[in-house]
Design a protein around this ligand. Structure first.
Ligand SMILES: [Zn+2]
Length: 324
């Protein structure tokens, strides 16, 4: 369609993907001041320029022509599904054109051809960065509606409003907003070595930064220290925030940090980790290369793929771009 969905960096400027983590850099204006205007949202739906992203079981439709891209469609064919009450989200506006997402799980799958229903993680690795960020927004929102159909205060079925950004209770009038679950993900560093772990359920050779959900009443720094202590018994001093990444599985915000390790002796929590150990800087550089390969060598230790912020935190430390 020739629309510009170039991702933007934290300062709102267009930037190359190396500077932006996958699912970040959403180029849309979320029009949060206007989307509560029901008449305006309805007029956008009737605008032939508007585009629709159907998700089937939270998986997007993608086009596979010269390059893989989200399969943005016109709104009209989806009107019966909208009228039936399927979850509809006003994702935002760009260059005068509105972008919507629709829970099309109840619709028939598209006939095979140039369009296909694609796993979200697989799609994110193939499509443009701006589109991946929009996919994250759409996926998290539609999942939230599917799992929050009743008022948390009184149990009455709630209804979507404000372009899909609020659920309202018709009984007690409570308004419920989409939730984001903050997760700290951090690389503990001790001199020229860093701490990486392998999840208990992840058999094999892939190691990553330690991570865990933040808890209420906790700062970022406290969550980083607590998670590292619980999972590895390493004590941590300074904590440095690096960058964050939306992670739409279903609605996390990964908060990337470096942490100054003060001790060496690792004692893993076997409920969480299968293994944790210190890695030298050059080992991590080699892991970066191996985890970029489409054809990994069996038995060689790797990191998560580049789309994960855990990969980027380890890469940037290993190559001296970030330091604690
Ligand atoms: Zn209620």
């Amino acid at each position: 369609m020739g629309v510009d969905l170039t991702p933007t960096d934290v300062n709102g400027r267009a930037a190359p993907m190396e500077e932006i983590y996958c699912f970040a850099g959403n180029p849309l204006d979320r029009v949060s001041q206007r989307r509560q205007d029901t008449g305006w949202v309805a007029s956008l739906l009737e605008d032939p320029e508007s585009r629709m992203l159907p998700l089937h079981g939270l998986k997007p439709q993608t086009r596979h022509s010269s390059a893989v891209a989200l399969d943005w469609q016109s709104v009209v064919p989806w009107q019966p599904l909208i009228d039936s009450g399927a979850t509809l989200i006003l994702l935002g506006v760009r260059d005068g054109r509105a972008y919507f997402a629709l829970d099309a799980t109840a619709a028939e799958l598209p006939a095979s051809g140039e369009t296909a229903v694609t796993d979200a993680r697989a799609a994110a690795a193939m499509i443009d960065g701006g589109e991946a960020a929009i996919l994250a927004e759409a996926r998290s929102l539609i999942d939230w509606h599917a799992r929050h159909r009743f008022c948390a205060q009184c149990g009455t079925p709630s209804v979507a409003a404000s372009g899909g950004w609020i659920r309202q209770c018709p009984n007690c009038k409570a308004q419920h907003y989409p939730r984001v679950d903050p997760v700290v993900i951090m690389l503990a560093v001790r001199g020229e070595r860093c701490l990486l772990g392998r999840g208990r359920r992840r058999v094999g050779t892939r190691f990553s930064c330690l991570a865990g959900f933040m808890e209420p009443g906790e700062t970022l720094e406290e969550a980083v220290r607590r998670e590292i202590s619980e999972e590895s018994a390493i004590r941590v001093g300074r904590v440095r925030y690096l960058a964050s990444q939306p992670w739409p599985f279903p609605s996390s915000l990964m908060i990337g940090c470096l942490a100054e390790a003060l001790t060496d002796e690792i004692t893993i929590d076997p409920e969480e980790l299968g293994e944790a150990r210190w890695f030298e800087r050059d080992e991590v550089r080699a892991m970066v290369e191996h985890s970029r390969s489409d054809d990994p060598v069996p038995g060689v230790v790797t990191l998560p793929p580049p789309l994960a912020i855990g990969h980027q935190i380890a890469r940037r430390w290993a190559f001296g771009i970030d330091s604690i």
